[in-house]
Design a protein around this ligand. Structure first.
Ligand code: ATP
Ligand code: MG
Length: 358
């Protein structure tokens, strides 16, 4: 019996509501397999915690989390807490503190999911964005000079280290080999304008590509990528992007795959020196919280990504098949998908399908 210790941070708003469905799919999967089990410990951290204590998470939070095999996060955010407080107080602290240098974002349109591009379908939208996740434009380096004066200056510096950039790019190439789709990696850059950071980025990309003669490469500026995502998404396989550019294009990707209800992500420390963290891309969605109508598919997909990181088991693909089954059937869908089902009903329906598949 393989036992995994999972730290669960449900967070705020719908984060809390969809988390139950993520746990449900994990337990269903474990029950079917019989040889794995999960032990969960819940942490009440997030904006509600901040409003009570003045901290997004406990001061020794990282020390406590370090003992777990993985972290599952719902969402954090609250209209009364500034976004940069919640982001830096929890999410970035964990990503950077645990050196989760890879942000893994599958952009895959499932059959039955709504795509805003009417001439594109599931076979056209199936690629992965690897986003650098701990440094770059989000390194937190900079400052304000002459605050509130007419001469006020804000400085935000990008930090790109050779070691980290090499590791991120190397992972992109390895993933292209593993996917074996087009055996192609697209370098997302802006080296025409950013003459230090992105020129360096391109240089490392070329160096790493040398070691992967079997993988084709292309280099697109980030503005062009945004256009090509809409015009010809079918040409992509694996893309590698810096923290900021990756952030932006993966939201565009989320739209292509049916919206935030479908966008799942992993923050990975490949060496497993620290736990990795898995979270749906959506936020706490205060407009629909406490109604029990949030779409749990992104969370369920996220749980599947966690399984893939913890174990090598091709059966996890059945979770995606189960989601697809529910979508195609069209009977149990949340209001964002024009249905009238509750969050937990969608979770139950996916688990039911999974039991039939495995
Ligand atoms: P936060 O400040 O925590 O990021 P937000 O207001 O930005 O919250 P998001 O969750 O990022 O909200 O998403 C924006 C909108 O998309 C939500 O207000 C909600 O209407 C919709 N949405 C997001 N996720 C879901 C979901 N899982 N199910 C249904 N609707 C969703
Ligand atoms: Mg948001």
């Amino acid at each position: 019996m393989k036992k995994f210790k999972i730290a669960v941070i449900p967070g705020d708003g719908i984060g809390n509501e969809v988390m139950a469905e993520g746990i449900k799919i994990l337990d269903t999967f474990a029950a079917i397999k019989g040889d794995i089990s999960f032990e969960y410990q819940y942490f009440p951290w997030g904006c509600e915690y901040y409003l009570k204590t003045g901290n997004m998470m406990d001061a020794n939070g990282l020390k406590v989390l370090k003992e777990f095999d993985a972290i599952l996060l719902g969402a954090v955010g609250d209209p009364s807490v500034p976004d940069h407080v919640s982001l830096h107080g929890l999410l970035l602290k964990i990503r950077q503190g645990f050196n989760q240098y890879i942000n893994l974002r599958p952009i895959k349109l499932l059959p039955g999911a709504p795509c805003p591009l009417k001439d594109k379908g599931p076979k056209d939208i199936d690629f992965v964005v690897i986003r650098e996740n701990v440094e770059g434009e989000y390194a937190g380096v900079g400052g304000i000079r002459f605050p509130d004066m007419p001469e006020e200056i804000a400085i935000q510096t990008g930090v790109f280290t050779r070691k980290n950039t090499e590791k991120v790019m190397d992972y992109a190439f390895k993933l292209a080999q593993k996917r074996n789709k087009f055996n192609k990696v697209t370098n997302v850059t802006k080296s025409n304008a950013l003459n230090y950071s992105m020129v360096f980025w391109d240089k490392i990309f070329k160096e790493i590509a040398e070691g992967y003669q079997d993988i084709k490469t292309e280099t697109n500026h980030v503005d062009a990528v945004s256009m090509y995502f809409l015009q010809r998404p079918e040409t992509y396989d694996v893309l590698v992007a810096s923290n900021l550019f990756g952030d932006i294009i993966t939201d565009l990707g989320a739209a292509l795959q049916g919206g935030l209800g479908f966008a799942a992500s992993g923050n990975l420390n490949l060496e497993k020196e620290y736990p990795s963290m898995f979270e749906p891309v959506h936020g706490s969605a205060p407009d629909i919280k406490d109604k029990g109508i949030a779409n749990p598919i992104a969370m369920i997909w996220t749980a599947k990504m966690m399984l893939d990181f913890l174990l090598e088991d091709p059966d996890t693909e059945a979770i995606i098949e189960a989601i697809t089954g529910v979508l195609l059937e069209g009977k149990t869908l949340t209001p964002d998908l024009k249905g009238n089902a509750k969050t937990h009903e969608v979770g139950d329906a996916v688990c039911q399908k999974l039991k039939m598949l495995l």
